[in-house]
Design a protein around this ligand. Structure first.
Ligand SMILES: [Zn+2]
Length: 301
């Protein structure tokens, strides 16, 4: 990367953009960047995009770099399990509606494996392949029933029914190329499930570790530019306006509101009470009309 290289949109390759402000990070090697919005497709991204060597090194110990030790707090573990139940229910319903039987699944960036555990529990005999850039995560995933592989090259072409990309695409340098690589592993008629934060820079104080900030049109664009056919896309979780209001509320009031919504708004009664308590207030399974915390999409090969 030199100063003369033009800024190119990673989704549509457009080269006109508006600078929204500095890319906010705490890691020195990610500094000196802007957050820009593509004038053609609306994609918001860190510019210039970090080069491959820097980004690979950064992600090689993602959990340490990006999450520190905080993810092992009991509340964080409960939240991950609860949100995985919601996401798995969404994917399962989509697959069932499409008459798609899930026998082989590939998950990229499987993290701690909560989604995988739900899938394996639900479908005995399911083949579940996992790729993670964080090598320290792979041994734990294997112990839980996953088959770890090091990269896409090892996964046979047209072998998978479902590729799971949960909170992964916003970390990629080249989302369209990445989706194409995922699609290659899918059999004809197989699906990709994408879950990403929606324009999270609008309510967070820091942009790192995300490089990409999707809204519905830019995610639709990325999927179609990768040759995938959109089946479903939607905003889920609390609306942006409500997230911003919630952030300003005193802690005691936030807790009271959460307990209030625990009684009224939950539709997965089989979820343990402790998980429901942690996730209550996020409206995690609620489909919204406008920008909300998450975007979920299903696209077919
Ligand atoms: Zn663009």
């Amino acid at each position: 990367m030199t100063a003369a290289d033009p800024i190119t949109c990673p989704v549509c390759a457009g080269q006109t953009y508006e600078v929204l402000g500095p890319y906010r990070s705490t890691t020195v090697s990610l500094g000196n960047r802007d957050k820009v919005e593509c004038s053609a497709c609306g994609m918001v991204f860190a510019a210039p995009v970090p080069d491959e060597a820097l980004w690979d090194a950064y992600n090689a110990d993602y959990f340490q770099e990006a999450h520190g030790g905080a993810t092992e707090a009991p509340q964080a573990i409960l939240f991950r399990k609860a949100i995985a139940h919601v996401r798995y229910a969404f994917v399962k319903q989509a697959a069932t509606q499409m008459g798609l039987e899930l026998k082989a699944v590939l998950e990229v960036g499987a993290g701690h494996g909560e989604f995988m555990e739900d899938a394996l529990r639900d479908t005995p005999g399911l083949s579940y392949t996992v790729i993670d850039t964080d090598k320290s995560a792979l041994a734990a995933l294997k112990a839980k029933g996953g088959q770890p592989v090091t990269d896409f090259g090892v996964v046979p072409a047209t072998s998978q029914d479902l590729v799971v990309l949960s909170h992964v695409l916003e970390h990629t340098r080249d989302p369209v190329g990445f989706l194409r690589a995922c699609s290659k592993t899918l059999r004809a008629g197989g699906i990709v499930y994408v879950d990403v934060p929606c324009l999270d820079y609008l309510y967070k104080d820091i942009d790192e570790p995300h490089l990409l900030f999707f809204d519905r049109p830019s995610l639709e664009n990325a999927l179609s530019n990768a040759g995938l056919s959109l089946q479903d896309i939607g905003y889920f979780g609390a609306l942006h306006a409500d997230i911003r209001t919630e952030i300003r509320r005193p802690r005691a009031l936030r807790l009271a509101r959460r307990l209030g919504s625990l009684a009224t708004s939950w539709s997965l009664p089989q979820m343990p009470l402790a998980e429901r308590a942690v996730i209550a207030g996020f409206a995690a399974q609620k489909r919204q009309e406008g920008p909300a915390r998450w975007l979920r999409a299903i696209a077919r090969k």
